[in-house]
Design a protein around this ligand. Structure first.
Ligand code: NOJ
Length: 744
């Protein structure tokens, strides 16, 4: 097809696709069955096979298959991953169009926090507790990715993470199943937009199914050992939320769960996902995870691995080549039925039809659209907006922040000040160029007004040499205020980036000590992809701002917050430990039989003799430049039936000088229950904006859903009895409380 024809065709499909909404277009099941009938067994197996593209690898590349384009022409490949750009994808699609049945390829890519315009890392966005902003970020990522030829993102990662040593904590929504479920929903809706078939929608993928975030010791890829009740209570809810939001695909996980690798788990993939939950999309393995079952010691070779995975409901094989090399023989040996193969192929073909690829395999291949859609000013503005919303003000003693517009000079000190590309974070793509990224220095400069900026690097991120200290101290002495930009390298979190020591790396804390010793007011910014340990800084720095990795607009967003052009409103989606010895640490723990009466109560209580139980910064914590007063709690009644509900209302007043946003959080505790329930569980929250002096009434509805839990038989039940209701600004800052009873 020549280019002009192709553009014409694309235009035709733009107008057609604009009316496609979530519902599956008529006739797809029939078209799938008709195609299935024409396919040889080899062609069916090809559909279940996914190879890495030619440009980047996000895992160990296994054996060489020779020329991938030839394999595609032979109908041996259903999907290619790690491939971006209209030009590149088109080459592969053209090869697929030379195969006997011309079945189009699916192009998958890790579009995790933006495509060309890079957004904050997912954990940072989770700190915004702002579902609209999170959905918008995913929407923009999908719009750009689809314009760049991508059909499928391997996101969102919805794994709950209670262990900050685990490098992939950066890729999820933190530790809480309720918040995690809402964010899973927002991200799926964002990626899939008005539904597959629209030219700005990509298939989302809920990953990693499941319990990957509970790797023992926080070591990536490690085993997981947990009760099924914890699995259902804590780890599965965000997956169910993604499914309910219509997620097109699931990815299973590298870990074994209680001895069975997830890729071979019949319980997870067939019993729960496909049977109980009725999932209609398809399951892709993680990179090589089918073949890795040999290392697990679960199977002896790829033949057995393929048998275990396909029979357990794993539809597509990412990169392990177990399916392509073994499924035909497994069918001949009657170890795998054609029916099982057909079921997997059917699921994959259905998605290809829904995306409209059979109608036009090049509908995501318009170079004109790619140029037009990427990096739109409104996308950049949205990235700045969500970046500001993700910044957590951890501490602000003596109101060091916001910086006065009349400040004579600010010393910017630290290894992060002039970083550019690194601001994009671990899972960013090489799309777009470095000039799009705003460094802290540039962002501060743009809003500096009459303020003079001074700079000293002081040390590098993992330095052991103090050679730059003297210059840093001298620079600090010359300034009215010091802003220190410290943290861990952007690639110290992410896949295969677990750390046993999560302290602020190198000698950075010593540099902070040296600068604080000057007596100047010091603001410490912490760049990270996880909660870090920085005990001395937390106790001695007057102001601490957790910036995470914020993407392209990092410098502007941080400057907005420091200069007070944006009042921070983010809240931690994850607990910050005092030190590694407290890990795993999470707010929704059980009380135990010997809870300490005070934080330092070690008298035969469940405590450490050398460490407090409380975290350094609690789940839900985050300050504002203004103050909020909570008052006037009212319950519509003090008891309810299972079929009823209670309305809780209370007032929040902005009692400070700045307009600001607050996230009011509702926690519940089931006081007596069998099995026991956590000391506190987030059940609802509201984010609201208040002008100085303004007061608003907030209401929450408590119904059966908020009181239900899984019993030992994994049934979701409620038990009559008393509940404590807590409303606060953080899980450790409860401002109002009351009790109510669930009646029999
Ligand atoms: C392995 C990662 O675990 C997964 O999340 C990712 O989508 C694939 N590699 C593809 O890059």
């Amino acid at each position: 097809m020549n280019k002009a024809k192709c553009i014409l065709l694309s235009c035709f499909f733009i107008s057609v696709s604009a009316v496609v909404v979530n519902a599956q277009p008529a006739g797809i099941p029939q078209r799938v069955e008709a195609l299935l009938k024409k396919m040889t067994l080899a062609e069916k197996i090809g559909q279940l096979n996914q190879y890495n593209g030619d440009w980047a690898a996000t895992g160990p590349v296994t054996t060489d298959v020779g020329n991938k384009l030839d394999a595609i022409k032979r109908g041996e490949v259903g999907s290619i991953l790690n491939i971006t750009g209209v030009q590149h994808t088109r080459v592969f699609q053209e090869a697929a169009m030379k195969s006997r049945l011309k079945i189009p390829l699916l192009f998958g890519q890790d579009v995790i926090h933006g495509y060309s315009v890079t957004f904050p890392i997912p954990l940072a966005e989770a700190a915004s507790w702002d579902m609209d902003a999170i959905e918008k970020s995913a929407r923009i990522a999908a719009t750009e990715a689809a314009a760049g030829g991508v059909h499928w993102t391997f996101a969102p990662m919805v794994d709950i993470a209670r262990d900050p040593r685990w490098g992939r904590v950066m890729e999820g929504a933190g530790e809480d199943p309720y918040l995690g479920s809402l964010i899973a929903t927002a991200r799926v809706k964002g990626f899939q937009g008005k539904g597959l078939g629209n030219l700005d929608a990509v298939m989302a993928c809920a990953k990693h199914f499941t319990a990957y975030g509970a790797a023992i010791g926080g070591r990536d890829y490690n085993s997981v050992d947990m009760s099924l009740r914890t699995l259902w209570e804590v780890y599965l809810p965000p997956f169910k939320a993604a499914l309910d939001a219509g997620v097109a695909t699931f990815m299973n996980s590298f870990n074994d769960l209680n001895g069975t690798p997830a890729s071979a788990s019949h319980y997870l993939q067939r019993e729960i996902l496909k049977d109980k939950w009725g999932f209609k999309g398809f399951v892709v393995s993680d990179w090589g995870s089918i073949g890795e079952m040999i290392n697990h010691g679960y199977v002896k070779d790829n033949y057995e691995a393929a048998e275990a995975a396909i029979n357990a409901g794993n539809d597509m094989d990412m990169e392990s080549r177990s399916y392509i090399n073994n499924l035909a023989k497994l069918v001949a040996d009657k170890k795998v039925s054609v029916r099982t193969i057909d079921e997997a192929v059917r699921r994959i073909l259905t998605k290809k039809f829904e995306l409209g690829l059979f109608d036009d395999p090049y509908r995501f291949s318009s170079e004109e659209r790619e140029k037009r859609v990427l990096n739109k000013p409104e996308f950049i503005a949205a990235a700045r907006d969500v970046a500001r919303k993700s910044i957590v003000l951890l501490k602000n003693d003596k109101r060091v922040l916001p910086l006065s517009k009349n400040t004579g000079s600010i010393a910017l000190i630290g290894p992060m000040v002039k970083l550019k590309k690194e601001n994009k974070g671990f899972w960013s793509l090489d799309v777009g160029d470095e000039s799009q990224v705003v460094s802290l220095y540039e962002g501060m400069q743009q809003q500096a007004g009459i303020t003079k900026l001074l700079y000293a690097q002081g040390c590098d991120i993992t330095d052991t040499s103090k050679i730059g200290f003297a210059d840093a101290v001298k620079t600090a002495m010359q300034a009215d205020v010091v802003v220190m930009a410290m943290g861990e390298r952007f690639d110290m979190t992410g896949e295969a980036k677990s750390r046993s020591d999560i302290h602020l790396p190198g000698i950075q804390e010593e540099l902070i000590k040296a600068v604080i010793a000057t007596g100047k007011p010091v603001v410490v910014l912490l760049y990270a992809g996880r909660p870090m340990v920085f005990d001395w800084t937390a106790d001695h720095a007057p102001a601490i701002v957790y910036t995470w990795w914020l993407g392209n607009q990092a410098g502007n967003a941080i400057a907005d917050v420091l200069y007070g052009n944006y009042n921070p409103s983010a809240k931690l989606p994850v607990t910050f430990p005092r030190t590694e010895g407290q890990i795993p640490i999470y707010y929704n723990h059980y009380n135990t039989g010997r809870p300490p009466h005070a934080d330092n109560d070690v008298n035969y209580t469940s405590s450490y003799i050398d460490l407090l139980n409380s975290p350094k910064f609690a789940f839900g914590h985050g300050l504002s430049y203004t103050t909020f007063k909570y008052d006037n709690i009212k319950l519509s009644k003090k008891s309810m039936l299972k079929t009823g509900s209670i309305t809780v209302s209370f007032d929040i007043e902005n009692t400070g000088k700045y307009a600001g946003g607050e996230v009011a959080q509702l926690y519940l505790r089931d006081l007596v229950s069998q099995p026991v329930r956590p000391v506190k569980e987030l059940k609802d929250f509201k984010k609201l904006m208040l002008q100085p002096g303004e007061k608003k009434t907030v209401t929450f509805i408590i119904n059966k859903d908020k009181l239900a839990f899984y019993n030992d038989k994994l049934e979701r039940i409620t038990q009559p009895g008393d509940f404590m209701l807590m409303i606060g600004s953080a899980s450790d800052d409860i401002r109002l409380q009351d009790k109510f009873t669930l009646l029999d």
